[in-house]
Design a protein around this ligand. Sequence first.
Ligand code: UDP
Ligand code: MG
Length: 234
Amino acid sequence: MIISIVIPVYNEEKNLPLLTENIFPVMQNMGEEFEVIFVDDGSTDKSLAVMRDLRNTRSQIRIIRFERNCGQSAAFDCGFKAAKGDIIVTLDADLQNDPNDIPKMVEKLKTCDMAYGWRRKRQDPLLKLLSSKIANYIRNKLTGEDIKDTGCSLKAYKKECLNNLKLYNGMHRFLPTLVGLEGFKVAEVEVSHHSRKYGKSKYNVRKRLVWPFLDLLAVSWMKKRHLRYKWEEI
Ligand code: UDP
Ligand code: MG
């Protein structure tokens, strides 16, 4: 079995060394073959040089580079397509997700097809916590689901979940819904969360609420209008 770790990176130069130092022992302890794919989403700081440095001494690291900033959905999509793994794990580059949670995410795939993290004790500014609470509430109301935390990047997938997934900008916020819509079993795992120490969040309130709300209308439409039929040839 190969495990691919896919990490979107946009101006995270200070976080990348520690992130790598945290991920490697966890993956080595798991005893499975693995790769770490950094998807550089058009960083303008030294992130790319730092990644190259880290790769010099670690052959498991792969680097994909976008020519400009294209957004987190594009970065995940590209990472999914490049991944060689049977299992794909995603997490943020900013050390807010904890690599120590990777084994339990992978373990969860024994009983489901996709596992998504729930940051029960989320370490973010109050405004962000509040806006996310409201967004999660409205999303669950409109989609008729009970997904506590769709925005946590720490997720694990069996490769087949991603084969036919068509992503659009902003859709990374709805991955449990989209994967579930395709008939796969999705399940929640409680994960740790840390505050951001270096660099800045890439999303302001507008980016966190306005576009995601419009995306939500699209996703709830897709959910309602999804083709559901059972057939046989007679
Ligand atoms: N990110 C990215 N492209 C973007 C915005 C963010 O690749 O256009 C990455 C970012 O570097 C980080 C992750 O996506 O690894 C989550 O971003 P951020 O921490 O800013 O989001 P927040 O935790 O504030 O929701
Ligand atoms: Mg973050």
